[in-house]
Design a protein around this ligand. Structure first.
Ligand SMILES: [Zn+2]
Length: 255
């Protein structure tokens, strides 16, 4: 699943390669976005591309916004004009083309074309906590946001709750806890402010590094039974929370 780092990297690349251009927009398959038809974007200038947690917002001239969420399996691909797509057009939801680049969405879960005023009323966006990657977000504020989960919540669950902090997904949940040397099964009521700030700060730093590199860290994620890169002991894995997302951790290094 694309996490906040992937969406921010995508927004930065779209901003660099498509912003300022008049856009040709099309639906290569029969699947249309919600809200206004794709033709309403055609010929407008793309003004900006922005990530908010795992949501992507493309702002067009005269107040239209394309709001996309990739869900578990979706992806945006960026191509040079005329370059062959890596997936068949029948699986593409929308394509946005300028002079220098073409962005194509495959298999997302949500795609809407709305006015800025409608976006302001979107309940999914309104419920998001502060973006873990926002430049102005301090470790103190991020830790305070996580406290909103309540003392009984497990750290790994709280990190995935987009209403507390937006943008963290399953990879960075495990990797952030590993980098901070804190056990993801501990309850928030048992964590000091220093520890919570350490987890928030480590997770954010790993994600910012991934925005720059395009690669997620893999110290523990999907490495169950393999040696911990730090102590060489076996990495453990277990489903956590109501959604039963798998958490990976080293019981020796993470206390
Ligand atoms: Zn270890």
């Amino acid at each position: 699943m694309a996490e906040g780092d992937t969406i921010m990297r995508l927004a930065l690349r779209m901003q660099a390669s498509l912003a300022g251009e008049r856009i040709r927009a099309a639906c290569p398959s029969s699947r249309e976005p919600e809200g206004r038809p794709v033709a309403s974007l055609d010929g407008r200038a793309l003004e900006s591309a922005e990530s908010r947690g795992k949501h992507l917002l493309l702002r067009f001239s005269e107040g239209l916004v394309l709001h996309s969420h990739l869900g578990m399996k979706g992806a945006w691909h960026l191509y040079r004009p005329g370059e062959r797509w890596r997936l068949p057009p029948s699986r593409a939801w929308i394509s946005i083309s300028g002079e220098r680049a073409e962005a194509v969405n495959f298999s997302g879960t949500s795609m809407r074309i709305v006015r800025e005023s409608e976006l302001a009323r979107d309940r999914r966006l309104a419920r998001l906590g502060p973006d873990v990657l926002a430049p102005e977000l301090s470790e103190e504020r991020a830790a305070a946001a996580l406290r909103g989960a309540g003392p009984e919540a497990e750290l790994g669950e709280a990190l995935l709750d987009q209403t507390l902090l937006a943008g963290i997904g399953n990879i960075f949940k495990s990797e952030g806890c590993f980098a901070a040397e804190i056990n993801p099964w501990r309850r928030l009521g048992d964590l000091s402010d220093t520890e919570l700030r350490r987890v928030a700060g480590a997770t954010r730093e790993l994600m910012l590094t991934a925005v720059r590199s395009g690669r997620a860290p893999r110290s523990v994620h999907r490495r169950a039974g393999m040696p911990c890169p730090s102590c060489r002991g076996p990495i453990e894995s277990r489903a956590q929370g109501d959604a039963a997302r798998i958490t990976y951790w080293c019981p020796r290094c993470q206390r």
